[in-house]
Design a protein around this ligand. Structure first.
Ligand SMILES: CC(C)(COP(=O)(O)OP(=O)(O)OC[C@H]1O[C@@H](n2cnc3c(N)ncnc32)[C@H](O)[C@@H]1OP(=O)(O)O)[C@@H](O)C(=O)NCCC(=O)NCCS
Length: 343
């Protein structure tokens, strides 16, 4: 059965019946830890139930609808990564994972996911892989975010967890966006982009980015004003290593509403889903503080402009609706369109 090396200290092996005892011990010694986010823990209270799980998993493997692989770290079973719901007609699969508490922090799940994604997009030629994480499970959500998945939105009450529902965030990766996909046009510019909140140097980040976008931000005084204004605003940046590739600054208007005050991605990084990820980070940030709406003001289609037409398409593609035109708010030469989305 398959065995894949995950660096010098770990490997991934398809689960087989003779692993049941080891898997049960790992589950049993981590009940409290696993119960926080996994709904099946109470239903797995004997070795026989673990055997039943492995048998079911073997059947899924034989039927080409998925598999479960154990992750071994320094010779010890550390966790499981499952690929399930495989549909070869829709070229789709989901993945899920867990680790024993003591095995966290070694990058095991990220490494294992890379292998499973290479297999899904390479061997199986799938088009889409999905990961669903409980909204508040930050450690789990960090995995798809680190791997460059797109946060495609939140579903309410996505799962019953013993005595309450939890909301889920759905993350998706398409074959065309997977950096090492042997079948697709890989785009390494998109890999390793990290989105994070910025606490110092906001003005500098804003100014550098806006100066790289003269087709959108050509008025010197506007750049100076934005650069000063964003210093006091929550600001999120997109970084590739040390290089800043974009930013978004947020203006909080009320308990209900935040506004994208200004955002920009350096032109050489356009169309890589970085803008979409920045907006998603800001949406998460706002939801946590109880905000319900996100708005943005941009140039209205009443003034023909190729660049801002693309900007409006971007906002529309991530769920913004056009609300109202303000023909004179920014002066007659720059009619303003207000767009908004519900959080
Ligand atoms: C608008 C902007 C922030 C978008 O960021 P981005 O990282 O390039 O956008 P994404 O890759 O996340 O795009 C997500 C989706 O939006 C849509 N979209 C983005 N740019 C588009 C364009 N030029 N034309 C048509 N659709 C576009 C697409 O549906 C795209 O998905 P796809 O590439 O899979 O088709 C960026 O283009 C930018 O910095 N523009 C200049 C500054 C600006 O307009 N700021 C906002 C001022 S209000």
């Amino acid at each position: 059965m398959f065995k894949i090396i995950l660096g010098s200290d770990a490997e991934l092996r398809l689960l087989e019946l003779h692993h049941a005892d080891e898997l049960f011990v790992l589950t049993d010694s981590n009940r409290k830890h696993l119960r926080q986010w996994l709904p099946w823990v109470d239903g797995n209270s004997t070795v026989n139930e673990t055997k039943g799980f492995i048998e079911g998993s073997r059947k899924r493997y034989a039927a080409n609808t998925g598999y479960d692989a154990g992750i071994w770290y320094q010779g010890q079973l550390a966790g499981v990564l499952g690929c399930f719901g495989v549909s070869l007609s829709n070229r789709f699969a989901s993945i899920g994972y867990w680790l024993g508490e003591e095995y966290q922090g070694h990058g095991l799940i990220t490494r294992a996911c890379k292998v499973v994604l290479d297999h899904a997009f390479g061997e199986w030629n799938l088009n889409r892989v999905e990961i669903r994480c409980a909204m508040d499970n930050r450690k789990s959500r960090a995995i798809p975010e680190r791997l460059g998945f797109t946060n495609e939105g939140m579903i309410r009450d996505g799962e019953w967890l013993y005595d309450h529902f939890v909301d889920h965030i759905i993350y998706g990766m398409l074959a065309k966006d997977w950096p090492s996909n042997p079948h697709g046009a890989s785009d390494r510019r998109a890999s390793g982009i990290e989105i994070r909140e910025v606490h110092s140097g906001k003005g500098h980040l804003c100014e550098q980015t806006l100066r790289a976008l003269p087709d959108w931000f050509g008025i010197e005084q506007a750049i100076v004003n934005y650069t000063a204004d964003v210093e006091s605003m929550p600001t999120f940046g997109a970084f590739k290593g040390d290089q800043a590739v974009g930013f978004l600054s947020l203006k909080i208007h009320s308990e209900a509403t935040g506004e994208i005050y200004v955002m920009g991605i350096r032109p050489e990084f356009h169309r890589l889903r970085i803008g979409g990820r920045l907006v998603q980070a800001v949406e998460d940030h706002l939801r946590k503080s109880g905000h319900r709406y996100l708005t943005v003001k941009t140039l209205s289609p009443a003034r023909e402009n190729h660049e801002y037409e693309a900007t409006r398409r971007f906002y529309a593609s991530i769920g913004f609706a056009s609300l109202e035109e303000f023909p004179t708010l920014w002066g007659e030469a720059n009619p303003c369109l207000m767009m908004a989305k519900s959080l």
